[in-house]
Design a protein around this ligand. Structure first.
Ligand code: ST9
Ligand code: ZN
Ligand code: ZN
Length: 351
């Protein structure tokens, strides 16, 4: 793994508060680190083991007794739940990479509830802490603690004190300022019960007469567990395996397998380098269903102010800090002085 260094960002003040990666990144004291002993939360272990076993049964049913259209519907609902995370909690609420009118925010909140990954506020707070303190003890899913911890282990143990201590200094009031986020937080359990379990079970039952058992195990449980694992892969696999064309000094990587399953969120070296880009990639809609969706929403006027990084800024950044894996012609070019690059390093709005 590459050595850890302090990150640097050159952004407008408006987004700096959200994405700034600064000063105290590796500040946790030796005493704190020595004292810390991971504390397993057995209730969560039991829940995850049960969920994954039930999902395996759902997979079995999908091959042995369910209608094909039930599994296809589960896949479709998986994509919608995924959008609630990617286009919603991630690109809209955590990073403010675009703006959305209330019908879209409402829709994304419902999709997000069907994904049952903690409410939007909690998800985004953890995610901002993850960006600011990547691969340190304050990162909730610190990938330096291994693949399993970054994937799911972090949800099975109490958080490291650094997560809470450093996290509380981050301002997340802008997220709670959205009444739709407050509504979801207030009614989170009934919303999750309805959109993660009840609705996905009833749709195939009423729509084409699938059995309740098949509907539940495939459209609710299997869908949910695949969605969880697809999301977690961004924290585990995409923080370990893949190339680093934009910044080889950080661990997040470009990983196509993850991009496919996480509907466009596997371009993770790009994303950690330019977290304000609404596409989380320089390749637009390629392998990026989420960007396709946001573009479609922009066409009907529900999404606007999509932020993108200019091609020139990306090119210069690759030359300056990339591993050379995207575009090999840079060896023949004059490498600009970092100060010149910084002057250009700003994002633009494409609308
Ligand atoms: C799930 C989330 O799966 C997945 C998120 C993945 C993120 C991926 C990101 C990758 C990029 C995007 C790609 C998306 C791709 C999607 C593809 C889709 C196709 N800052 O947490 P508590 C404080 S969830 C500041 O209880 P414990 C705070 O005061 C799955 N402060 O800590 C808090 O109180 P409150 C289902 C913080 O006791 C208090 O501490 N859910 C922060 O150590 C207590 O917090 C589960 O399994 C912070 N960051 O417990 C639930 N954090 O909230 C699992 C905490 O009142 N969670 N504080 O303000 C739990 O059971 C517990 O959180 C715990 C830790 C046991 C893990
Ligand atoms: Zn992010
Ligand atoms: Zn990450």
């Amino acid at each position: 793994m590459p050595p850890l260094i302090k990150h640097s960002r050159h952004e407008s003040d408006e987004i700096e508060a959200i994405h700034d990666v600064s000063k105290d990144q590796n500040e946790s004291t030796d005493a704190e680190q020595q004292e810390f002993k991971p504390q397993i939360v057995w209730r969560n272990v039991a829940i995850m083991v049960t969920l994954h076993s039930a999902a395996a049964y759902g997979l079995y049913l999908s091959f042995t007794s369910a209608m094909i259209k039930t599994t296809m519907l589960a896949y479709f609902m998986y994509m919608l739940g995924g959008l609630g995370i990617t286009a919603g909690a991630h690109r809209l609420w955590s990073h403010k990479t675009y703006k959305a009118k209330w019908p879209l925010r409402m829709m994304l909140m419902i999709f997000n509830s069907s994904a049952f990954e903690n409410d939007i506020y909690e998800w985004s707070r953890d995610h901002r802490v993850h960006h600011k303190y990547s691969e340190t003890n304050a990162d909730p899913h610190n990938a330096l603690r291994g693949f399993f911890f970054a994937h799911v282990g972090w949800l099975l143990t109490k958080k490291h004190p650094d997560v809470k201590n450093k996290g509380k200094n981050l301002d997340c009031s802008d997220i709670l300022a959205d009444p739709i986020v407050r509504f979801q937080r207030r009614y989170y359990l009934p919303l999750v019960f309805t959109f993660c379990y009840v609705v996905p079970t009833l749709i195939p039952y009423y729509l084409f007469g699938e059995t309740l058992k098949n509907s539940f195990f495939i459209c609710s449980i299997l869908r949910y567990v695949v969605l969880l694992n697809a999301t977690w892969l961004v924290n585990s696999a995409a923080h370990m395996f893949g190339n680093r064309p934009y910044d080889q000094t950080i661990n997040p990587s470009e990983n196509r397998f993850v991009s496919w399953w996480a509907i466009g969120e596997g371009f993770h070296n790009y994303h950690h380098t330019f977290p304000w880009d609404y596409a989380t990639s320089e390749f637009g809609i390629k392998l990026n269903f989420t960007t396709m969706f946001i573009d479609l929403m922009a066409k009907i006027g529900w999404a606007y102010d999509r932020k993108v990084v200019s091609k020139e800024v990306i090119r210069l950044r690759k030359l300056r800090t990339g591993d050379g894996s995207y575009g090999h012609d840079h060896h023949h070019e004059e490498v600009p002085h970092p100060d010149d690059v910084d002057a250009d390093d700003e994002h633009r709005h494409n609308e």
